[in-house]
Structures are given as structure tokens and as C-alpha cells.
Design a protein around this ligand. Structure first.
Ligand code: FES
Length: 90
């Protein structure tokens, strides 16, 4: 089953950081060669605006996400996919 990232594109999350997060996530997936492994899509408001910006990865919800912690979150969630690729070279 593919991994999934759902980013809230409701106006509150969008203006509080998810606008920039879209590009940062795309860049991360490109850099790690994960564009085929991960479904990345936007969604309407999750009704959690006061906790935004909100991103869901593999069903886990991340609230008040900022750009500086984004890569660590993506690494933790998607790291196993990168490791699986790495196994091929060993
Ligand atoms: S706009 Fe993201 S939870 Fe409402």
C-alpha cells in the first residue's frame, strides 16, 4: 500500500504555512525518489483550524507544523520507504 500525505488547503492552514509546505513536500519527495511511492494530495479544511497548519501522513495527524520540523516528520514517516530502496544496494 502506498504512503499518503494529505495537506490541509483550507484558507486558515494555507495562509499559516501550508502554502509553502506544498512546495517543500514536493521537493522532499523528488529528492528522495518517492514520488511513485507516496500519494500526495490536498484537502479541504479538517475543522482543526486552531491547531493549524495541519498535515496528515499515513493517517497520523500533525498540528502546528512548521517548515523547520517538516523534514524530520517526513523522514520519520517515510524513512522506511527510503530504507527499502537502500536495501537494494547492499
Ligand atoms: S483550514 Fe486547515 S483545519 Fe481548517
Amino acid at each position: 500500500m502506498k504512503a499518503e500525505i494529505v495537506i490541509c488547503l483550507g484558507s486558515s492552514c494555507f495562509s499559516r504555512g501550508n502554502k509553502k509546505m506544498v512546495g517543500a513536500i514536493k521537493e522532499f519527495l523528488d529528492k528522495r525518489g518517492l514520488t511513485q511511492e507516496v500519494v500526495f494530495r490536498g484537502a479541504h479544511c479538517f475543522s482543526l483550524c486552531e491547531h493549524g497548519p495541519v498535515i496528515r501522513i499515513n493517517g497520523n495527524e500533525y498540528r502546528k507544523v512548521n517548515l523547520s520540523e517538516l523534514e524530520g516528520i517526513l523522514d520519520a514517516e517515510l524513512g522506511p520507504l527510503c530504507a527499502a530502496e537502500g536495501d537494494l544496494s547492499t
